[in-house]
Design a protein around this ligand. Sequence first.
Ligand SMILES: Cc1cc2nc3c(=O)[nH]c(=O)nc-3n(C[C@H](O)[C@H](O)[C@H](O)COP(=O)(O)OP(=O)(O)OC[C@H]3O[C@@H](n4cnc5c(N)ncnc54)[C@H](O)[C@@H]3O)c2cc1C
Length: 219
Amino acid sequence: MLVFLFVQVRGDRALRAFDDMLSSNLDKAMKKDGINVRGGSIIKALTKESCDGTITIHLEDGTSHGGFNAVIKATGRTPVTKKLNLPADVELHQSGHIVVDDYQNTGVPGILSLGDCTDKKVDLTPMAIAAGRRLGDRLYGGSEYAQSKADYSMVPTVVFSHPVMGTIGLTEKEAVAKYGEENLKVYNSSFVNLWYVSASASASASASASASSSLSHTH
Ligand SMILES: Cc1cc2nc3c(=O)[nH]c(=O)nc-3n(C[C@H](O)[C@H](O)[C@H](O)COP(=O)(O)OP(=O)(O)OC[C@H]3O[C@@H](n4cnc5c(N)ncnc54)[C@H](O)[C@@H]3O)c2cc1C
């Protein structure tokens, strides 16, 4: 079976909010694996062709790409907070995210918010749970926990891409913006992890085995 894989991303490459080093290396790795990464792709519509049942993707720039058997959509979520009829003093971003302070308070005493629907968050389940626990501690844990709050600054994050990536803390751009370029030293080091060393070694071993078996067959 022949599989053509296309990844359509809105920015110039996937994971553009991550450190440049991570997103550019992933971009290179995906292209090396034969994945067609199409940047600047804002999808307007999907249509199913009546002749062969394949799907055509229509982009906002007016172009269309057809012939797909399957399209998998993997986008983020928009909070539907506008429907909640919250008091006007609960401030909402244009995106619908509820504005909260470091202690998950909205502008209205007694109305608190945490997790993905707020503007102060990292969109990960353990972080929503941690924020809930800190808030529970603060509200019901007595004076010992009066200042309890979630710390969003150093959240370890894994991306289940190929290769898998892990990251924590500020990106380089964020660090430059926060501390100034003159106050930073940036160290880069690259290595191939053992899984990929053995995978590429076994791929080249089987390639040379099949080459030598076809050679011996010829002889
Ligand atoms: C496709 C996808 C993949 C993800 N993968 C990962 C992952 O691998 N690892 C990870 O850590 N995180 C992952 N996340 C993020 C993670 O799911 C969220 O960060 C987490 O669920 C946030 O928890 P939450 O309680 O804020 O919101 P949610 O889990 O969304 O909970 C909100 C709840 O409120 C309910 N609700 C909404 N409106 C109302 C209403 N008016 N009345 C009553 N109930 C209402 C909803 O039905 C929902 O049950 C993923 C998210 C998505 C969308």
